[in-house]
Design a protein around this ligand. Structure first.
Ligand SMILES: N[C@@H](CCC[C@H](N)C(=O)O)C(=O)O
Length: 277
């Protein structure tokens, strides 16, 4: 069969987006890995799938797969592209779109200037939410990695994040420490790893080694997690601009039980059809 898809990106974090409201297909793990391959396939960090909602109060079900084929709970840059996609494809005319994800409900708002604001819900620091093997909920946890003791913040944005403060993202050992922390036995479902440089209370630079995809040019949930962890440590104040390798995101979180809002762009690159084996 021929599957119609759209290639999109949010700050260079790139996606294959597939409408399974009007098309029928089932993608197996190995097919996703092949499609994600940048030489033998289409090439993407994540596959985003639009499905009809199971909950009648929601507009769509938003499913996310990493380049390694694993299904995950949340993707912030993908959420902005999802909002743009369902409107461009005329699957909805709404500006405020409610979606269900494996990590909980999200609200996506298309703004007049073309940017998208996502209500990402409330960051959760409880170790069991990631899950992370720790006796108590603390702003920083010690983690033994390759003979070094690191201090990491842990945050769930629906999906799991570890945040490590570094002096400079330019020299941060992302390629060395990223895979070791992602697969650390204290994170039984693996983890996304953020390397955060605090520039000022309202500005950080961030690189993220993503679970199941490797380092990406930007990670939306990673940006939210870094800001939440930085605020919890008293390093940051609301609002915060996050400079990622692919561009900037604005994060607005008053703290406490308030929802965290993420705002940024969503771009369409091209459309195509591909034969599925
Ligand atoms: N790129 C994403 C996050 C995608 C999922 C992540 N790799 C995971 O495994 O949790 C974002 O923009 O949030």
């Amino acid at each position: 069969m021929l599957l119609h898809f759209t290639k999109m990106h949010g700050l260079g974090n790139d996606f294959m987006v597939v409408d399974l409201v009007t098309q029928r297909a089932r993608l197996r793990d190995e097919q996703i890995r092949q499609l994600a391959d940048r030489r033998f396939g289409i090439g993407f960090d994540q596959l985003l799938v639009v499905e009809p909602p199971r909950d009648p109060d929601m507009d769509f079900r938003y499913r996310i797969y990493n380049a390694d084929g694993s299904e995950v709970e949340n993707c912030g840059n993908g959420a902005r592209c999802f909002a743009r996609f369902v409107r461009d494809q005329r699957l909805t005319h709404k500006r405020e779109i409610h979606v269900e994800t494996a990590g909980g409900p999200l609200t996506l708002v298309m703004r007049e200037d073309g940017q998208v604001t996502v209500d990402m819900g409330n960051p959760c620091f409880a170790p069991e939410a990631l899950p992370f093997d720790a006796a108590e909920d603390r702003p920083l946890h010690r983690l033994e990695v390759g003979g070094e003791t690191l201090e990491i913040g842990t945050v769930s944005m629906g999906n799991p994040h570890a945040v490590l403060r570094v002096d400079s993202v330019d020299t941060a050992p992302v390629e060395r420490l990223g895979p070791m922390i992602e697969h650390h036995p204290r994170f039984p479902r693996r983890v996304n790893v953020g390397f955060m440089q605090v520039v000022s209370p309202h500005e950080i630079r961030l690189r993220v080694f993503e679970r199941g995809s490797g380092e990406t040019l930007a990670c939306g949930t990673g940006a939210c997690a870094a800001v939440a962890s930085g605020m919890r440590q008293g390093l940051l104040e609301n609002p915060v601009t996050v400079h990622l390798r692919g561009g900037d995101l604005s994060i607005d979180w008053p703290g406490g039980d308030a929802p965290l809002l993420m705002t940024g762009p969503a771009e369409r690159v091209f459309e195509g059809r591909i034969a599925l084996a």
